[in-house]
Ligand binder design. Sequence first.
Ligand SMILES: [Zn+2]
Length: 272
Amino acid sequence: MGRGVRRIVPLTLGWADLPLDVSIFGAPPDRRLREPVPGVLLLCDGGWLLLDTGYNTALITDPALRRRYHGDPLVQPVLPGPGEPLPEALASAGIDLDDVHAVAVSHLHYDHAGGLRHFAGRVPVHVQRRELAYGMSGGPEPERNGIFRVDYDDPRISWQQADGDAEVAPGVTAVLTAGHTPGHQSFVVDLDPSVGGGGFVFACDAADLTENIDGELPVGGFVGVPPEETVVQIRKLKRLAAERGYRLVPGHDPVAWPALTRELAARWPVTS
Ligand SMILES: [Zn+2]
């Protein structure tokens, strides 16, 4: 007891303009939406833990790199402004980059691993072993699946690799939800009794949208498994959340994410 998370700060590190079928398998390809690209700061015993890191800014702002990495006109990244989204989002939350004591990535997709370079040589980075192995495997397949080696192939990154479910910090448990990518993980966050207890399950890309959760609809991105397999993970997360009485938060929902951001900003106003 007394070791739960004491504050949650949702960050919006950018957006993605894309067809709905990226998030919901088999959706009409002409339906489009703008999804938020989230990060989550968690105040744990020992300091701030950051879940996911957003885009690699240079791959978007440099025209040649953008052509190479974001050449698909149907899926376009959007940055919040001209600067570096992660340090700026941290600053608006009153938190310095040096206050982040550990990072965990749900998976290595470019909208989650793109900010890892800020932490190379600084803090441990939690990932599933099989996700990193896939990311480091040769050939063009990881990049074709949205995993850009340039984001994470850095010998200075201090990887903490898990084989399945693992505690990444007091009050934060990573849960293997493979399918969207080979080592995708979601996060169960237990709030400390001193802040009212309860908690959240962050699905990350195991469920992009509220519709994926409510309708048990397969996500549009999956590696090495049929789409129906992604529903197995959605059901697992729903069960985990229900057992604990926690809310299950989808990874990229244009309505749920801003709503949660407002709700938690009211609960924990920025004081510094
Ligand atoms: Zn993803």
